[in-house]
Design a binder for this molecule. Structure first.
Ligand code: NAD
Length: 497
């Protein structure tokens, strides 16, 4: 075992970032940040109150008129600087992410890369933000559309991609001329704080990007504040649907709420087994299953029992060989759950699966790191066979390394099952047949479709889609949809006498 050096040496006390300054939160409420692998306290985060948020909104609103008048190319140059700084600090950022989240270093590096890619795409703002026009809509009259920013926007982020998720939105928001407030997850606030240090160094004018640590109280102010024009949320469905979407919309805001998931991975009898199994393992157990694009239900299609058995044996065999440990050890393939509560929740679902009659073929509850680290957050890969679609484990988001294997006779039955799910984040098919793949892409009601791809994660220049209970709003994050979300279209009709 060779451990990479930890970038956080002793516990850090976090502050908010408002108007270009690091400021103490006005609160007595703090939460400890614990490294889930080592159980060491690595920081404490303030749970800010409404007064802290008010100051950030004030700063962002004050910075807006000048920032809006700054030419897009000049705005983009700030993002170029941020990109370069993130490249310079690439490894440090990735390791901080491992320390607070538990994912393995290569997953964290992938996350940092994806975050940077969104900055790179937003740097194209002079072209991306262009409107369009038509001469002679009537005699001597022309008409055109210009895109304009709206004011202050905010992001409410989840724990599971602490580094990347705010950068799904912030670069596009500020590139289009808006000002911004980031509220990281209070469980994993360190990566975003590190990025904010780089934002500070990149020299954005004060108030253009702000960060407030906190939880529900701060969110409540964001949702109701008259100066905040729109909110990007990523998190669970109950919060996204019942709190964020409803409240923000009721207060006249634009909303994009990317929510929970229950993703189906369909395996056809004609698939290339070895590559498929390796993709499946990454899909279900990568990031310890704490990804909104993780596989959750594995649907094996076909009437052939021996094929089902063969593929299951290969999956179980590969799952048993996953090296579990601290993510800063480069040999580790799966880290711990992010917190003890999240592990308990997963254990609860495993118990429920057994109670409801699914057959457990690999039980992650038995896993121990054998004294190398405290066992608090560690759990092994878990596989259930003979799962039926009505079981709780097949319907609800578990958000842990649990695979539910379901059998169907044919593809139609599989598609019907997927479309009955209330979630619609992602679905993948493994097949060697183009006609079957097209049918799947055509009929499945999910936002992100994989064809022989285990994790269908859209690149920054495509929208990160999602449907049904996995997304509330109209315009998704990333790419051109982000440009539209962060701008208003103004139509001008002109004639000169
Ligand atoms: P969460 O809903 O618990 O928290 C998300 C954010 O909401 C946090 O910033 C939190 O502080 C805030 N929040 C929590 N409770 C609140 C309340 N009562 N009122 C107001 N704000 C509140 O989600 P999480 O556990 O941090 O993240 C995991 C979830 O996110 C999973 O369901 C996962 O599928 C989803 N997710 C979705 C996507 C996607 O693109 N669809 C991406 C990543 C994660």
């Amino acid at each position: 075992m060779v451990l990479l050096e930890e970038p956080i040496k002793s516990s850090v006390t976090l502050r908010n970032y408002v108007n270009g300054e690091w400021v103490e939160a006005e609160t007595n409420v703090w939460r400890q940040i614990v490294n889930p692998a080592t159980q060491k306290v690595i920081g404490r985060v303030p749970i800010s109150g409404s007064g802290d948020l008010e100051k950030a909104v004030e700063a962002a609103a004050e910075a807006y008129p000048e920032w809006r008048r700054t030419p897009p190319l000049t705005r983009a140059r700030h993002l170029y600087r941020l990109k370069n700084l993130m490249e310079e600090h690439f490894e440090e950022l990735s390791r901080v992410c491992v320390m607070e989240h538990g994912k393995v270093i290569d997953e964290a590096r992938g996350e940092t890369r994806r975050a940077i890619e969104n900055i790179e795409v937003a740097c194209g703002i002079p072209s991306l933000m262009m409107g369009y026009n038509l001469e002679d809509i009537a005699k001597d009259i022309d008409e055109y559309v210009i895109r304009q920013p709206l004011g202050v926007f905010a992001c409410i982020a989840p724990f599971n991609f602490p580094l990347m998720v705010p950068l799904w939105f912030m670069p596009y928001a500020v590139a289009t001329g808006n000002t911004y407030i980031i509220k990281p997850s209070p469980w994993t606030p360190l990566s975003q704080t590190k990025i904010m240090e780089l934002i500070d160094e990149a020299g954005f004018p004060p108030g253009v990007v702000n960060m407030i640590h906190g939880d529900a109280e701060v969110v409540d102010v964001i949702l109701k504040h008259s100066q905040i024009k729109g909110v990007s949320f990523v998190g669970s469905t109950p919060i996204g649907r019942d709190v964020i979407y409803k409240q923000a919309a009721a207060h006249g805001k634009r909303v994009q709420a990317q929510c929970g998931a229950k993703n189906f991975i369909v395996v056809m009898p004609d698939t290339v087994i070895d590559q498929t199994v390796s993709s499946i393992i990454t899909s279900f157990f990568g990031s310890t299953g704490q990804r909104c694009l993780s596989g959750a239900n594995l649907v094996v299609v076909g009437k052939d029992d021996s094929y089902h058995q063969r593929i299951l044996e290969k999956i179980v065999d590969s799952a048993r060989r996953i090296r579990i440990g601290y993510g800063l050890d480069e040999a580790t393939q799966m880290g711990p759950m992010q917190s003890e509560d999240r592990k308990k929740r997963v254990v609860g679902y495993i118990e429920k699966g057994i109670e409801e009659g699914a057959r457990i073929v690999e039980d992650g509850r038995d896993f121990s790191v054998m004294g190398e680290y405290p066992d608090n957050c560690f759990i092994g890969a878990t596989i259930f066979d003979e799962v039926t679609p009505d079981m709780t484990i097949a319907r609800e988001e578990i958000f842990g390394p649990v695979m539910c294997v379901i059998r169907t006779q044919d593809l139609d039955e599989a598609i019907e099952m997927i479309n009955k799910s209330n979630y619609g984040n992602a679905a993948t098919i493994f097949t060697s047949n183009g006609r079957i793949a097209r049918k799947f892409q055509y009929e499945v009601e999910c936002g992100n479709i994989g064809i022989n791809i285990g994790i269908a994660a859209p690149m920054a220049f495509f929208p990160f889609s999602g449907m049904k209970d996995s997304f509330f709003g109209d315009l998704h994050g990333q790419g051109l949809e982000a440009i539209r979300f962060f701008t208003e279209s103004k139509v001008v009709i002109q004639r000169w006498f």
